[in-house]
Design a protein around this ligand. Structure first.
Ligand code: SF4
Ligand code: SF4
Length: 101
């Protein structure tokens, strides 16, 4: 006997939980700063800048900082940093990210 075709739509599945995309974070203590700037050269959205006037951090060559609200998470800076000083982090974890001394 043939099956009777059903006309009712399948139950809607709940939307999958979406995690925020990881963004780049630079450890200021490990960054070579001004003489390097490799990460700045590779960033496709220009969201990394060099900081040289931070009174809390007396390094002579400064360090780089990611404007994380603009970061698209492409990972290029982390791939090309010669000192492996860039990590990709989940935005909510930023406040708890330890800084190496
Ligand atoms: S590539 Fe790495 S070491 Fe060089 S400026 Fe960027 S974060 Fe600093
Ligand atoms: S992950 Fe990509 S977009 Fe984000 S700071 Fe690095 S190079 Fe720029």
């Amino acid at each position: 006997m043939a099956e009777t075709p059903t006309t009712s739509a399948p139950a809607a599945r709940p939307a999958p939980a979406k995690r925020p995309k990881p963004v780049a974070w630079i450890d200021p203590h490990g960054c070579s700063g001004e003489p390097c700037q490799v990460c700045i050269a590779f960033c496709p959205v220009d969201c990394i800048r060099l900081v040289t006037n931070d009174p809390e951090f007396a390094g002579p060559t400064g360090y780089c900082v990611v404007e994380q609200e603009k970061c698209i998470g492409c990972n290029l800076c982390a791939m090309y940093c010669p000192w492996d000083d860039i990590v990709m982090v989940q935005p909510p974890a930023l406040a708890a990210t330890p800084v190496r001394g």
